[in-house]
Design a protein around this ligand. Structure first.
Ligand SMILES: NC(=O)c1ccc[n+]([C@@H]2O[C@H](COP(=O)([O-])OP(=O)(O)OC[C@H]3O[C@@H](n4cnc5c(N)ncnc54)[C@H](O)[C@@H]3O)[C@@H](O)[C@H]2O)c1
Length: 247
């Protein structure tokens, strides 16, 4: 599905990003894997044609350097999966009036400025037929009690996605977002569920399909949106949530 395409994946060291890197490689992509966690080098070494970029998406200069490095290594860039993100409060929750202001800024710096930085660096590099997928969340559509920063940041990712999609449409570059429900990754299993045992108990049942997602199921949606099979899909927000947002 992605044969020969050069794709940048951010947040590639863990969870959805790591699953996407493996899946995209199996679909024939050549990969630039960006993560602030240097573990990303181990994943790049495991895949047939991948380079590791140990950078922070909140750092604009670093992101431009990373995209430059990827384009230099492969000679082109065909797609990007802007997926790096943080949940805030180490998976904990706080009401809006008690949400620490510095933590609010930190979540927005990664989840919003990070995607903004990536789009700014990537879009001029993408040829007609190129594609971007941003990872938002069902909290890009819905409110999340106790998760003001995260929900605000993911609503912003939807806004960034739709704006860039409209700007790029005439040029033939597509920009879409995926909106996962709960996904079995370290973000949720090692942080969110540990900090909120009640949420862990309730999460499967909150999804009409009665379970949470595997990261590979989310990666499949991103792969399709990045591929030429989605050639007339842009500005779209694709929920991958077992029916959660259909309630
Ligand atoms: N797990 C879920 O339930 C869920 C649901 C909806 C959306 N999401 C979103 O999916 C994306 C991936 O999350 P995940 O569940 O795989 O989490 P994860 O914590 O397992 O992986 C996130 C990766 O992003 C990297 N990262 C974080 N901040 C970074 C930065 N500033 N620069 C570069 N890399 C950075 C981390 O090092 C990590 O490797 C996030 O945007 C998250 O908000 C997750």
């Amino acid at each position: 599905m992605l044969h020969g395409k050069v794709v940048l994946v951010t947040g590639a060291a863990s969870g959805i990003g790591a699953a996407a890197a493996r899946l995209f490689a199996s679909y024939g992509a050549r990969l630039a894997l960006l993560d602030r966690d240097e573990e990303v080098a181990a994943l790049a070494a495991e895949l047939p044609d991948a380079v590791a970029l140990p950078y922070d998406v909140a750092d604009r200069d670093a992101v431009f350097a990373a995209v430059e490095q990827a384009a230099a290594r492969f000679g082109r860039l065909d797609g990007a999966f802007n997926n790096a993100g943080i949940e805030g409060l180490g998976g904990g929750m706080a009401p809006t009036e008690g949400y620490p202001a510095d933590e609010f800024e930190r979540v927005l710096a990664v989840n919003v400025r990070g995607v903004f930085n990536c789009l700014a660096a990537e879009l001029p590099r993408l040829p007609p037929g190129g594609a971007v997928v941003n990872t938002a969340s069902v909290l890009g559509w819905l409110g999340g009690p106790g998760q003001a920063a995260y929900a605000a940041s993911k609503h912003a990712v939807v806004g960034l996605t739709r704006s860039a999609a409209l700007e790029q449409a005439a040029r033939g570059v597509r920009v879409n977002a995926i909106l996962p429900g709960a996904v079995a990754t370290p973000m949720l299993l090692e942080r969110g569920f540990r900090a909120n045992p009640d949420f862990a108990e309730a999460a499967p049942g909150a999804h009409p399909m009665g379970r949470i997602a595997r990261p590979e199921e989310v990666a499949e949606g991103a792969a399709w949106l990045l591929s030429d099979k989605a050639s007339f899909v842009t500005g779209h927000t694709l929920a991958i949530d077992g029916g959660l947002s259909a309630r």
